[in-house]
Ligand binder design. Structure first.
Ligand code: MTE
Ligand code: MO
Length: 325
C-alpha cells in the first residue's frame, strides 16, 4: 500500500483560460525528443514490449501533429512517477479488437482511423442549437490542447497514472450550444468490423460500444476529450484519434475512438450496463467500499507492479463528490 499517488488539482478561477503562448512560457516546453525520457520505467513486474509499432500514433495529420507535445497544465498533477508508457500501451481494454489485454495493441495496428480521403469525423448532435460534425483539424482547433496527469482505474482493479493530452469536454459541448433540456450525453465508438476483429468474433455484444454521462459530469472540469497520451497523438489501442477520459469513474466510462456525441433528455443505456446491469451500473464512480459482485475493489494493481489502496472517486472526491450529494 505504499506509493499512494494523490491527485493535486489547483482551484481554477471560473472562466479563466490560459492561451497557449502563456502556457509555453509558464510551464516550460517539453521537447519532442524528451517525451519518453520524462517517464521512467516502472521498477518491477512486466517487461515492456519492445516493438516500434507499440507507440505508433493513430493519426498523422499535420494539423494535429504540430500541437504535440502540448504544454503541461500544472494544476493537474500526480505525486510520484507515472506509468511506463510501454506498459500502458501494451495492456488495454478495447473489446472491438480482443478481450486479450496483452494483444489489443497488436490487433489494433490494422485499424486506420484517418486514412487519406476518409478523414475521421465526430458528430455532435441532439438537444443543441448548433449541431455540427467536426473533423480532427476542427477538433484540435476548438481549444488549446494541454497535458494533465490523471489516475486511471479499471473496474477489474488494475490502475495506471498517465499524462493525457486534450481539453475539457465542456469545450466541445458548449460549441454546439446545448439546450436546457439536455440532461445526459451519449457517446458512440466507431463501428468498423473489417478493422476490428473482436466485433465479429463476439457477436453477443451490443456493438458499437456506447457510453453515457450526466450533463453535469460531462461538463465537469476533470472530464476530458483526449487526443493524446504521453505527449503524442493517441496510439490506436488507447482510442485514436479521440476518446473521453473521466478519471473518477471506472475505466469503461471512458469510451475510445468516438464518432458521435448526442445530447439527450433521458438517462441513456450503456454498453456494459446492457451486458450486466448488476455489475456495471450507469454511475460507476470508483468506490473501494462497494465490491464488484465477483471481486473486492478495496485495492488496485498498478501496471508496472505494486498495489495500493483504492480511493473513493479515484482520489478526486474533493472535486466531484458534490455532484452526488
Ligand atoms: N470503445 C471502447 N472503449 C473502451 C473500452 C472498450 O472495450 N471499447 N474499454 C474500456 C475499459 S473497460 C477501460 S479499462 C479503458 C482502458 O483504456 P486503455 O486501454 O487506454 O488503458 O477503456 C475503456 N474504453
Ligand atoms: Mo476497464
Amino acid at each position: 500500500m505504499a506509493d499512494l499517488k494523490l491527485p493535486r488539482v489547483e482551484p481554477t478561477p471560473e472562466g479563466v483560460y490560459y492561451n497557449r503562448r502563456t502556457f509555453l512560457k509558464q510551464m516550460g516546453f517539453v521537447g519532442a525528443a524528451a517525451w519518453l525520457g520524462a517517464y521512467p520505467p516502472g521498477c518491477d513486474a512486466q517487461t515492456p514490449v519492445d516493438d516500434p509499432r507499440l507507440l505508433r500514433p493513430g493519426i498523422k495529420r499535420a494539423e494535429v501533429l504540430r500541437l504535440f507535445p502540448a504544454p503541461r497544465n500544472a494544476r493537474y498533477l500526480l505525486d510520484g512517477d507515472l506509468t511506463d508508457p510501454r506498459l500502458a500501451a501494451a495492456y488495454n481494454n478495447f473489446y472491438e479488437f480482443t478481450t486479450d489485454k496483452d494483444r489489443v495493441w497488436l490487433l489494433a495496428q490494422q485499424f486506420e482511423p484517418d486514412p487519406p480521403g476518409r478523414p475521421w469525423t465526430v458528430e455532435v448532435t441532439g438537444l443543441c442549437h448548433k449541431p455540427r460534425t467536426f473533423d480532427m483539424d476542427q477538433v484540435v482547433a476548438l481549444a488549446p490542447l494541454e497535458e494533465r496527469t490523471y489516475r486511471f482505474r479499471c473496474v477489474e482493479a488494475w490502475a495506471m497514472d498517465v499524462p493525457w493530452t486534450g481539453y475539457e469536454l465542456n469545450r466541445l459541448l458548449l460549441a454546439v450550444e446545448p439546450m436546457s433540456d439536455a440532461k445526459y450525453v451519449r457517446f458512440w465508438t466507431a463501428h468498423r468490423p473489417a478493422q476490428m476483429p473482436g466485433i465479429e468474433s463476439q457477436p453477443w455484444y451490443p456493438w458499437p460500444y456506447f457510453e453515457g454521462l450526466r450533463m453535469d459530469e460531462a461538463m465537469h472540469a476533470l472530464t476530458l476529450v483526449a487526443t493524446g497520451i504521453y505527449g503524442r497523438p493517441l496510439p490506436r489501442q488507447h482510442g485514436a484519434p479521440l476518446r473521453i477520459v473521466v478519471p473518477w469513474k471506472y475505466g469503461y466510462k471512458s469510451p475510445k475512438s468516438i464518432v458521435k456525441i448526442e445530447l439527450v433528455a433521458e438517462q441513456p443505456p450503456t454498453f456494459w450496463e446492457k451486458v450486466a446491469p448488476e455489475e456495471y451500473p450507469f454511475l460507476s464512480n470508483v468506490n473501494p467500499a462497494v465490491p464488484h459482485p465477483r471481486w473486492s475493489q478495496a485495492s488496485e494493481r498498478l501496471l508496472g507492479g505494486g498495489r495500493r489502496a483504492t480511493l473513493a472517486y479515484n482520489g478526486y472526491g474533493a472535486y466531484v463528490a458534490r455532484l452526488y450529494a
